[in-house]
Design a protein around this ligand. Structure first.
Ligand SMILES: NC(=O)c1ccc[n+]([C@@H]2O[C@H](COP(=O)([O-])OP(=O)(O)OC[C@H]3O[C@@H](n4cnc5c(N)ncnc54)[C@H](O)[C@@H]3O)[C@@H](O)[C@H]2O)c1
Length: 429
């Protein structure tokens, strides 16, 4: 396999993680360029990957203005800045790894797919869970007939109480106008999995309810301060920024979520204190400009009568440890993050499946190692010119994104949405 040259567009948290693949496999990937308006972020990547000065840019536009100088672009910019760079780099002939969500409107998602298809470049979307060996095993078991015909899928995403406060109340994904609605930002992974497990059938009807609960001014305790550092009742608050970040860094934890709150420096007690004093992560959770749902349900009916029910909840102990049960005509498959259990109705016995996942430890074990597997597949696909290695390619990913938009439309309009005739059509299942 030849060594793949990549450029990193957006050197924040995700750009940093994906570029670690070059450190693990220097023989397979080299980071040759970076673009980011934050000097700290781009310099960090430049130093780690020894990138030439001429290939370091302050924004994606000046990078895209240059003649093509790599094989692939890793687009890890904020949600609202996906479509323009994805289209521009695809048209320049770069293979694209694009973070999810693809974009924030159906039209922009479709434009990205058209640009990639029109330019003959590969597109892999950051649906990391598709690369989780256990998720992959679930699909294999379904296809092997382990539970007969799929009848109903029940899927639950517990976001985690402090994760929600970090990302969706104080952080980057708190406000739809700045990023995207919660179902797209957080749960496009889950709708994609449901669509995949349902055999990528067309979804014919969808309904959804959801609300922004608890995190609003009406629930702010009378004595609470506007910032946790000055709040007299901070010790009684489970969402205290002091607990989530400052106590963590004092105990020596500088990984996520502490790692992302100091935009211009490495996190230490001083920089974290300053971030809580003046930045968004020090704000009272009852005094933020958050407007994305804390809890949402989606019901779906697919062609052939397969039904699915999905719930996303902020207020959970578990952090993103999805729970799924798939009910089939001959058995039941359940998954709770600790392997897969299949119960066979005929023999009334169950079997456990625990796929092995070998992930080099260095900075890529996020999402149960799926971050690594996604990059492994993408880099292999580019090196061998084989798009079949990509599990989150353009057509199926576009369809599952369109389903997310339809679900949100149902929530906003308060009615069942009958999905468009072309929606959900899939070549092969
Ligand atoms: N696949 C997943 O599970 C997963 C997990 C988290 C985030 N994400 C997605 O990944 C994307 C990035 O998220 P993140 O957590 O890395 O955010 P981040 O804020 O840490 O990184 C985004 C980076 O883009 C940079 N940027 C802004 N404008 C730019 C421009 N004009 N040109 C170049 N760079 C620019 C920012 O300075 C920042 O460094 C988001 O779309 C997010 O939703 C996906």
């Amino acid at each position: 396999m030849s060594k793949v040259r990549v450029i990193v567009v957006g050197a924040g948290s995700r750009g940093d993680i994906y570029s670690n693949f070059a450190t693990i496999h220097p023989d397979r990937m080299k980071v040759v360029g970076v673009a980011d308006p934050r000097k700290f972020a781009r310099t960090k990547l430049q130093q780690r990957h020894n990138i030439d000065n001429e290939n370091v840019f302050e924004d994606w536009e000046s990078m895209a203005g240059r003649e093509k100088f790599a094989d692939a672009a890793l687009i890890c910019t904020p949600d609202r800045l996906h479509k323009d760079p994805a289209v521009a780099f695809a048209q320049r002939g770069y293979h694209i790894l694009l973070e999810k969500p693809m974009a924030t409107t159906p039209e922009d998602c479709t434009a990205i797919v058209s640009a990639c298809t029109g330019s003959g470049v590969m597109l892999s979307v950051g649906h990391v869970l598709r690369y989780d060996p256990t998720i992959h095993r679930i699909k294999e078991l379904i296809e092997e007939g382990a539970i007969g015909d799929v009848i109903h899928i029940q899927h639950f995403e517990p976001v985690g109480f402090y994760h929600f406060a970090h990302s969706f109340v104080r952080g980057n994904w708190r406000n739809e106008a700045e990023s995207s609605f919660a179902l797209l930002a957080k749960s496009c992974h889950d709708i994609d999995l449901i669509h995949h497990w349902a055999g990528a059938r067309r979804c014919v009807k969808v309904s959804s309810f959801g609300s922004v609960s608890h995190f609003n001014k009406a629930n702010k305790p009378a004595d609470a301060g506007d910032r946790c550092l000055d709040c007299p009742i901070e010790p009684q608050c489970p969402y205290s920024a002091k607990k989530i970040y400052l106590d963590a860094v004092k105990q020596g934890h500088s990984g996520w979520p502490v790692s992302v709150i100091c935009p211009n420096s490495y996190p230490d007690i001083e920089s974290v204190t300053e971030a809580l004093r003046s930045g968004p992560y020090g704000r009272c959770v009852y005094q933020c400009d958050n407007d994305v749902c804390t809890n949402q349900v989606v019901n779906m009916e697919f062609e052939g009568g397969v039904t699915a029910a999905f719930s996303m909840v902020a207020f959970t102990e578990k952090l993103c440890q999805r729970q799924t049960t798939i009910y089939g005509s001959k058995g039941e498959l359940s998954y709770d993050g600790n392997g897969v259990r299949v119960f066979d109705f005929l023999t009334q016995s169950s079997t456990k499946h625990r796929p092995h996942s070998d992930v080099p430890a260095f900075g890529m074990n996020g999402h149960g190692g799926a971050d690594y597997h996604l990059m492994n597949a993408f880099i292999s696909a580019v090196a061998t010119n084989d798009p079949s290695l990509i599990c989150s390619g353009p057509e199926e990913t576009l369809l599952s994104h369109l389903l997310v938009f339809e679900a949100e439309r149902s929530r906003l309009q308060g009615q069942v949405v009958h999905c468009g005739a072309d929606h959900g059509k899939q070549q092969g299942t």
